[in-house]
Design a protein around this ligand. Structure first.
Ligand code: BGC
Length: 355
């Protein structure tokens, strides 16, 4: 009897070991994914697409969202290191806070990709995968120029800027792109900023938080637009645009005599696409998160398997410590006349979700 129990136990343990090694053999290892927050739909689609692609490539994944809290993101990363990940794909909340944890990661030989947002002040990562953020700003600026016919000499128009979070490198790059297009019109007086707030630090929105943008718009409207009409708002992403539009609606914009200003955006999030269809928001910038997730996953696989890693920019992204080899993807402007073609025909959204 005893022998029988021993034998059975051995068989069970052996089966468990075989099961284990079989699983390890079929997996190329675990990739940790660290994203800023689940509050914005874009990061959720980035995450879902990366998990799908990495599984397809033979990896397991461990995905963490940090709810816009820097200490949370850092401790999530430390936990991923303890769990023994082979690679990390990180979109930092604040690109300057990563140095210590990345040093630990590099000491363990982990491959690290900075995702969408640039990690700053560290040499301890390998690649950067992002959209061309300067181009995002150019597209937003051009959308305003076209809508107001500024290039045909129209104006002056009242204009305000609502930028992203200054701890996110992207806000700086997008701002530079916007200014490359709009500065001539600010200089010539065709665009007039009644608040006088133009520097990035003055127009920034901490954590790209729509409710903070809404309160700032409330304040600007009551302080500077009692009688004057606001004609255009550079909103740097869709969360900000939605906050701005709510504030404008609250004081009667968008009704008969007081048309909604031209409001830009970024990310093609569903509430904003709906606002474009209704005419409350003028434009957004679509960044196909499926494509970025795929690019980053392939870069990770290439680096881990010793295969070539696709990069198309080795000069632009200086993070303060090194020029980071980067894969840049192209953003696309979305307005009332092309949302269907860009967002529905490509299968990104089904049309019923946008009406
Ligand atoms: C991203 C934008 C996003 C913003 C807020 C930026 O780094 O590039 O797509 O809207 O963060 O999450």
């Amino acid at each position: 009897m005893r022998t029988w129990i021993k034998l059975a136990a051995t068989v069970i343990v052996a089966a468990a070991v075989v099961g284990c090694s079989k699983e390890d053999e079929t997996s190329k290892g675990v990739i940790g994914i660290s994203l800023p927050s689940k509050m914005e739909a874009r990061w959720v689609s980035d995450g879902d697409s990366m998990v799908e692609k990495l599984h397809e490539l033979g990896y397991k994944t461990d995905i963490q969202y940090a709810q816009y809290e820097i200490p949370t993101q850092l401790s999530q990363l430390e936990n991923l290191l303890v769990k023994g990940v082979k690679g990390l794909i990180i979109a930092p909340i604040d690109g300057t806070t990563m140095a210590d944890v990345l040093k630990q990661a590099k000491e363990k030989g982990i491959t690290i990709i900075s995702y969408d947002r640039l990690i700053r002040n560290s040499k301890n990562f390998d690649y950067y995968a992002t959209f061309d953020n300067y181009k995002v700003g150019v597209l937003q600026g051009e959308s305003i120029v076209k809508a107001l016919s500024l290039d045909q000499g129209q104006g002056p128009f009242n204009f305000e800027i609502f930028a992203g979070s200054t701890d996110d490198n992207n806000a700086h790059v997008v701002y530079a792109g916007v200014m490359s297009v709009l500065k001539p019109y600010l200089d010539s007086g065709k665009l007039v900023i009644r608040s006088g707030q133009v520097k990035l630090e003055q127009v920034a929105t901490p954590n790209w938080d729509g409710s903070q943008a809404q309160s700032r718009m409330d304040n600007l409207l009551s302080a500077f637009y009692g009688k004057a009409h606001l004609d255009a708002v550079l909103a740097m992403n869709d969360q900000i645009a939605i906050g701005v539009v709510s504030s404008l609606r609250g004081v009667g914009y968008g009704n008969g005599g007081s048309p909604m200003p031209v409001v830009t955006g970024q990310d093609a999030e569903i509430p904003s696409v709906k606002a474009i269809v209704r005419g409350d928001q003028h434009s957004t910038v679509f960044k196909d998160t499926r494509a970025l997730a795929e690019a980053a996953s392939l870069m990770m696989d290439g680096a881990l398997q010793g295969k070539p890693v696709a990069v198309n920019d080795t000069t632009s992204y200086d993070n303060g410590m090194m020029i980071v080899p980067t894969q840049l993807l192209a953003p696309v402007l979305v307005e009332a006349d092309n949302w269907k073609k860009v967002l529905v025909d490509t299968g990104f959204y089904s049309e019923d979700r946008l009406r």
